[in-house]
Design a protein around this ligand. Structure first.
Ligand SMILES: C[S@@+](CC[C@H](N)C(=O)[O-])C[C@H]1O[C@@H](n2cnc3c(N)ncnc32)[C@H](O)[C@@H]1O
Length: 267
């Protein structure tokens, strides 16, 4: 019987496998540097697909008030435990695929509009279109507010190179098919993962938001399934980190990275 959310089986090991790795930490530092540019102590922000709550905790420690949401009950449980000592974080269920339905009963539509919204490392890839989300956010974000989104890109250079060389062609080409099925174990309900181009996202957000910033995330650094191999080779890791530092801000390279980070401003 499949009853669990697709990400439930990953919740217990997510921090060890991603958050607490050297490469994961470097990439998250880049995201948090962007969050710090926009969100200040006292601001009220919404996180979509918070996972284990790492960014919510970080912002809360800086005095930002965060509503951290996710669709996976087990991810929410880890986030809740991690942020328990932070009175300025509220952890709530919110399924991005059910924005207009009653299955998000606990999500307080909030007393005041949000100063900003963010979503790190791929939650938006769990949607197949983004217009409904853009409409929903337009009603909840203040004019001038920033939305920062970390999205898995459709043309990640690493994936076809690495998996092509290792003969795993199905993974090597999965992003070119634009969408793949994700089901980490048999008890989890499968979901469709989609890899939108920047143009597609811009189009879906266009009625209410204008793009103001984009950068690659994980251009020379690999996707997370290869972290372990690279982190065992310190010289190679140092080289890739320095290349990432050097080229990681070149916006023209954003779509060649594992993720891109895009920011929209509410008009
Ligand atoms: C790769 S994790 C990223 C977690 C976190 N943002 C981070 O920075 O580590 C993707 C997250 O998106 C969540 N997610 C997937 N589909 C979702 C949906 N329909 N609505 C809300 N969250 C969803 C998953 O449960 C998971 O926690």
């Amino acid at each position: 019987m499949t009853t669990n959310h697709a990400f439930d089986p990953l919740a217990a090991t997510y921090d060890a496998a991603f958050t607490d790795t050297i490469i994961g930490r470097y990439l998250r530092d880049q995201v948090q540097a962007r969050l710090a540019q926009h969100f200040n102590a006292g601001d009220h922000v919404l996180e979509l697909g918070c996972g284990t709550g790492e960014d919510a905790l970080w912002l809360a420690q800086r005095g930002v008030r965060v509503i951290a949401t996710d669709a996976s009950p087990r991810m929410l449980a880890v986030a809740q435990a991690k942020c328990a000592a932070q009175p300025t974080v509220r952890v709530e269920p919110l399924d991005l695929q059910q924005l207009s339905s009653d299955s998000n009963p606990n999500f307080s539509l909030s007393t005041s509009p949000f100063d900003g919204v963010y979503s790190s490392f791929g939650p938006l890839n769990c949607l197949t279109e983004w217009r409904e989300l853009a409409e929903w956010l337009a009603q909840r974000v203040k004019p001038g507010g920033i939305i920062g989104l970390g999205v898995m890109s459709p043309f990640c250079l690493w994936e076809p190179l690495w998996h092509g060389l290792h003969g795993t062609l199905r993974i090597a080409t999965r992003r070119w098919r634009r969408s793949t099925r994700f089901q980490p174990d048999d008890n989890a309900t499968p979901i469709t993962v989609t890899y939108p181009t920047l143009r597609r996202l811009n189009r879906d957000f266009a009625p209410h938001f204008r793009p103001v910033y984009v950068r690659p995330l994980g251009l020379f650094l690999p996707p997370s399934d290869v972290f372990g191999v690279i982190e065992k080779r310190p010289r190679l890791l140092r080289l890739l980190l320095s290349l990432e530092q050097r080229f990681g801000h070149v916006r023209q390279l954003a779509l060649l990275a594992d993720h891109y980070w895009v920011e929209y401003q509410k008009t």
